[in-house]
Ligand binder design. Structure first.
Ligand SMILES: *Cc1c(COP(=O)(O)O)cnc(C)c1O
Length: 365
């Protein structure tokens, strides 16, 4: 008896390469795309350790928890790090990046998170990319939470290392991820004596053993199930159309913002300006005297299926995340989330108007 997950023929090198090519198509890139056999933290860490080292000055933009992590890795690599922290209710601007270069012309590396699902903001990468290019720095981008929800265009934006994962807006698996690598980034790695080699983190290993050999022999057994799931998810996006998938996320975000504001009771979008709000997930600020994690627990008792979470760490008190991505980027999920939040607020003694919230959400799409 064959099992659909277990008794599969081996994944061929040609098949693996064809999945890489389809991911490259999704990013509209001619750069090399390496599919890493692990969660997105693998290429995120591997790309930093390969390209940044002692002698590098990095501008690290912090708009949420991932920016903080990148700063830690960079310091670990002996990099001189200039942190540019932006309040989580907004986005960084190209002007702020320009000022940082004016103050520190020695900046040779810029790390940025495109959209942060954890804080609900999104940054203007196209404009920032222009500034980074003017100064010739290497541009590293975490697009895990933006890909599928909004345009991600590494070539057009001059991104040298663009990392994606399929588990958010792409609606795919979490166990494989990808990074597009520019010629400049490969050259930087080759010149870096500290770049990981003969290591799970090593991008140079993939270049030498896979890309440079014409992608004819896989260096080790691939994560076959995850690769097939990635292929299926890219295929589904191709079938529906990337634009339609992105429009679904944008609509869910707009509906959630409008609905939460109309719900009353003091619930507000956490990110002030709509243009700074990520299409992948919407964060909400709870009214004073209400604890976000408690409100989420109540809402989930009301409806365990809604994609609600409290903010991480210190944000657990004041922030709610509505993770309306992938299969949850629908009007139905937004309406159910608003209804559950309304019920939870009512239970907590805060007056709300769920019907008004649902109408506002409907009208905002
Ligand atoms: C989700 C996400 C990742 C991947 O992390 P997981 O929590 O393991 O899914 C990386 N970067 C950003 C900005 C993300 O939002």
């Amino acid at each position: 008896m064959t099992h659909p997950f277990l008794d599969l023929p081996p994944l061929s090198a040609a098949h693996f390469a064809s999945i890489e090519d389809r991911v490259a198509g999704l990013l509209d890139t001619r750069q090399d795309v390496v599919i890493m056999q692990g969660e997105a933290l693998l290429p995120l860490e591997g790309a930093i350790r390969a390209t940044a080292g002692p002698g590098t000055t990095a501008l690290n933009v912090i708009t949420g928890p991932y920016g903080q992590t990148f700063g830690d890795w960079l310091r670990d690599c002996g990099v001189t790090v200039i942190d540019l922290a932006v309040p989580f209710h907004t986005a960084v601007t190209a002007a702020q990046i320009r000022e940082a270069f004016a103050e520190h012309p020695e900046i040779g590396f810029v790390s940025l998170v495109h959209a942060e699902a954890a804080t609900g903001n999104t940054n203007p990468v196209a404009e920032i990319g222009e500034v980074v290019r003017e100064h010739g720095a290497l541009f590293y981008l975490d697009a895990v939470a933006s890909v599928g929800a909004e345009p991600v265009l590494p070539d057009a934006w001059g991104v040298d290392l663009c990392v994606i994962g399929a588990q958010k807006a792409m609606g795919g698996p979490a166990g494989v991820s990808a990074v597009s690598v520019s010629e400049r980034a490969w050259a930087r790695m080759a010149a870096n004596p500290n770049a990981p080699r003969r290591s799970y983190l090593s991008l140079l290993d993939w270049k030498e053993r896979w890309l440079d050999g014409g992608r004819t022999a896989l260096p080790h057994a691939p994560a076959q199930l995850e690769m097939l799931a990635l292929e299926a998810c890219v295929e589904r996006i191709e079938t529906v159309g990337l634009d339609a998938v992105m429009a679904r996320h944008r609509a869910a975000a707009l509906a959630t913002r409008a609905g939460a504001a109309a719900l009353g009771g003091g619930l507000e979008p956490y990110v002030y300006e709509t243009r700074d709000a990520a299409p992948v997930a919407t964060t909400l600020r709870v009214p004073p005297k209400v604890v976000a994690s408690e409100l989420v627990a109540r809402a989930l008792r009301h409806d365990p299926a809604v994609p609600l979470a409290a903010g991480g760490g210190a944000l657990a008190k004041e922030m709610i995340r509505v993770n309306h991505y992938g299969a949850d980027a629908t009007p139905r999920t937004v309406a159910a989330s608003l209804t559950a939040l309304g019920a939870a607020l009512t239970e907590a003694g805060v007056a709300t108007d769920v019907a008004r919230a649902r109408r506002a959400a409907e009208a905002a799409r």
